[in-house]
Design a protein around this ligand. Sequence first.
Ligand code: ADP
Ligand code: MG
Length: 256
Amino acid sequence: MTLQDSLKMSDQYRVPAIEVRQLHKTFGSNSVLKGVDFHVDVGQVVCVIGPSGSGKSTLLRCINRLEEPTSGEILIEGVDVCHPDTDLDSVRSRIGIVFQHFNLFPHMKVLRNLTVAQQKVRHRSRDEAVAIARSNLAKVGLAGKEDAYPSQLSGGQQQRVAIARALSMDPDMMLFDEATSALDPELVGEVLAVMRTLASDGMTMMVVTHEMNFASQVGDKVVFMDSGVVVEVGPPVDVLGNPQHERTQAFLSKVL
Ligand code: ADP
Ligand code: MG
């Protein structure tokens, strides 16, 4: 058995990084999540696919309580994020999130975008924060862009800065909500390449995406959601290659 195999085996006995049980979320009379069960194991890449409006973003946002779940349970590394005694800031600090729109601070240079939360939230010294920022910028292929303002960068570069910013907080897991959907087609590849590298480095990832090639090549598991429920879940070869449910088949026939 290789070291990697034995690490993978020991992972199976750990609590999942993310576990969602019977999650319901309603907005007024609009029932958006209708009993979602879902988990991401440590080191896994789970891709969430499904039509627009099926509740993917709401699910992702509930995970760190950007949205308040209506009922159900969400455990992050075994800790119930909805329990009144839970230190929400500490749970949140373990989760890096990258959205469709990069949400960089427009008035700050790239380097400052990467250091501000490290200093304020992680209480790192400026020197330490800068060193970590530089190493993460290099990791996303943007060494040398420290002094640029976000507006001077392409969308793909801005999104890579957003990933580097999230990584600079040392998250245990990364959530991506359609991180490439707002990009011009020629810029999508560079962001997906960074995400592939992260995955092969062993990062735990939940990736809401319309990129079916990414899902099939990088995902350990694909979750198909429709109308607030998980319709089908399994390895990409099954869910994408041989879907069992009519709704999955109908969705895939439109996007593949
Ligand atoms: P997806 O990401 O799969 O496209 P969303 O989770 O964004 O789906 O949205 C699912 C449904 O929830 C949509 O009908 C949307 O209008 C509704 N919704 C999402 N956020 C809110 C909100 N803050 N208030 C009211 N309705 C919302
Ligand atoms: Mg969405």
